[in-house]
Design a binder for this molecule. Structure first.
Ligand SMILES: [Zn+2]
Ligand SMILES: [Zn+2]
Length: 579
């Protein structure tokens, strides 16, 4: 059996893992890359398979970074089944269409830009119509139900506690007359999240794919986080200011509504207008109400008692752009919950434009902000943010409340992992920034003695195949073949397969042998962007160091230094002229 790590490796977005067993080829998740042009270019890259060859896609949950490329695959010939829970299907119905719509708008915008510079039009990755068409390939499965997909492959979806309908997936495969078990954690929620049930513990597995979004940190407790939010709201009320919350349309928005409804029920805050300014969030809230079987006991109890925890006295759903614009004309205090959660698109950008520069406004981040996104830049302390061609000063009070996260923190991940009983468990740590995944993999090895590794994007491995070369994998117990210089047990940089082989699917004869030179798989766009980043970083560092030297005075009189700097500056000028 073989695996190729296609997405969600060393990044949180673009989740996808390709599995191959005999002639059967399938994916677990099929997500879109998000966070800047270089990484998003991967969405257009050729797949290492033809979509027609895939028999099915097992979908952990509806978030676009897990489901977003399904319409593209269907458009390109996928005719298998997308298997997911019913709530995931309901959510995908609105989220994929919304995503198609965003793709159309972005392609239109890009084409207008291209026209001005004499270049060709950009086609959308897929349209809202493509998304609609892709829905007919979905097949739903209940939690805990065992489904046989083909000879020797069975699956079961269990609660992942991340968002409505989210699942971790267990896969049983027959290999060499033995049954082996793979588990994909999907995105894993922390315990005690409101509305939905906690992640189900899993006891048995041979190989686990574990997410690591927050693998390096501990969230504050929910109690503390709610208190922090309450303090922010009360302060905003006293100053007649607004609280702007960028939130994923699904789950985070409903979590905030739920929390506010509880605060009001306990009379801890007065009723204020709460604007849900995201058509997607509005549809998602309706879908929540349609799927009460996914709720936890507490929420079911509230519903039984006649209370709707997703209702507020002054909740205002704004569907039209006019209604959305009117929010900021209202001088009274209020809360604005809008998408996208990472501020890269959507109506939230208009609200940021209105509030970032106001010192009395509060911007509250409650979800993960991926590298390269507008949200991440604000959280990282940018002084200005460019929105709609305008530089906006960041003077508002910016807060990050980790306790509302839909992802388990390090403690939660390790706690969930502690249920596994197999001492030979092998763990692929994914869905995290590289440094964080590495750190978690090290901790997993130290604490549980499980073999853990952080695969690279588009790396390929054999699963359950007898080891051919002892040097190919030091420290391995013999059933897990990896590339040269790789090893489980802590942070390691596994080698990649040769780029040539990647485009034609699995090619066992291309297996990397120790000492073989490995070509990096990087598109020209990615190379371009990483070079630019390097240059920027290098320039900043240089400036800092020069400043320090200037303060010492002696150094700036050094003729050799001056000469070298002159050369660098000349080289840059030359480059600029040529461009
Ligand atoms: Zn997710
Ligand atoms: Zn995710």
């Amino acid at each position: 059996m073989k695996v190729e790590f296609l997405g969600g490796f060393q990044t949180v977005t673009g989740s996808a893992t390709l599995l191959e067993k005999d002639s059967l080829l399938w994916l677990v998740d099929c997500g879109m890359f998000q966070g800047g042009r270089a990484i998003e270019e991967r969405n257009r890259n050729v797949h290492p398979y033809h979509p027609r060859e895939l028999s099915f896609i097992l979908l952990t949950h509806a978030h676009i970074d897990h489901s977003g490329l399904i319409p593209k695959l269907v458009k390109e010939g996928f005719r298998g089944k997308v298997i997911c829970t019913k709530a995931t299907f309901d959510l995908c119905e609105v989220m994929l269409k919304d995503s198609g719509h965003i793709q159309e708008i972005e392609a239109e915008w890009q084409s207008r830009k291209n026209k001005r510079s004499g270049r060709e039009d950009t086609a959308p990755l897929y349209t809202a119509e493509d998304a609609e068409k892709s829905l007919r390939y979905f097949q739903t499965v209940g939690y805990d139900e065992i489904l046989s997909l083909s000879d020797g492959v069975k699956i079961r979806f269990q609660d992942a506690g991340h968002i409505l309908g989210s699942a971790l997936i267990e896969i049983w495969v027959e290999e060499g007359g033995q049954e082996k078990k793979l588990v994909f954690s999907g995105d894993l929620g922390g315990s005690g999240q409101p509305i939905i049930r906690d992640p189900s513990p899993v006891v048995e597995a041979d190989i686990l794919w574990l997410e690591s979004t927050y693998g390096d940190r501990l969230h504050k407790s929910r109690e503390e986080t709610v208190q922090e939010l309450l303090k922010i709201i009360l302060e905003a009320i006293s100053q007649q200011a607004k609280v702007v919350i960028p939130a994923f349309a699904v789950e985070r928005t409903q979590d905030i509504i739920y929390t506010i409804s509880q605060l009001m029920r306990k009379d801890l805050m007065p009723s204020i207008p709460v604007y849900i300014d995201s058509p997607l969030a509005i549809s998602a809230t309706e879908i929540f109400k349609k799927n009460p079987d996914c709720f936890d006991e507490e929420t079911k109890g509230l519903l039984l008692g006649g209370e709707d925890p997703l209702e507020l006295p002054e909740i205002k759903y704004t569907r039209t752009t006019e209604e959305s614009k009117a929010i900021n004309e209202d001088p009274k205090s209020g809360m604005i919950i809008s998408a996208s959660g990472m501020c890269d698109s959507g109506r939230i950008q208009h609200h940021l434009k209105h509030h970032l520069w106001r010192s009395e406004s509060h911007i509250v981040f409650i979800g993960y902000q991926a590298e390269g996104t507008v949200g991440r830049r604000i959280v990282d302390g940018a002084k200005t943010i460019r929105l709609f061609g305008e530089e906006i000063a960041v003077r508002a009070q910016v807060h990050t409340l980790g306790g509302f996260s839909a992802h388990a923190d390090q403690r939660g991940l390790l706690e969930w992992l502690s249920h596994f009983r197999n001492p030979d468990l092998q763990v692929f740590v994914n869905h995290g920034e590289e440094k964080i995944s590495m750190e978690l993999s090290e901790i997993i090895h130290q604490r549980f003695k499980f073999r853990a590794a952080v695969p690279q994007w588009r790396e390929k491995r054999f699963l359950f195949t007898p080891l051919e070369s002892p040097a190919a994998c030091s420290g391995d117990k013999g059933n897990f073949v990896m590339g040269a210089n790789t090893g489980f047990n802590g942070p390691c940089k596994p080698s990649r397969w040769r780029a040539k082989g990647l485009l034609t699917g699995f090619t066992p004869e291309k297996r990397v042998v120790p000492g073989e030179k490995i070509e990096a798989v990087e598109s020209p766009e990615e190379r371009w962007s990483s070079l630019l980043k390097n240059l920027e970083r290098g320039y900043k560092k240089l400036r800092g160091k020069l400043k320090m030297r200037r303060s010492k005075r002696g150094d700036i009189r050094d003729a050799e230094w001056l000469k070298e700097l002159e050369e660098v500056s000349k080289k840059l000028e030359e480059l600029e002229e040529r461009l």
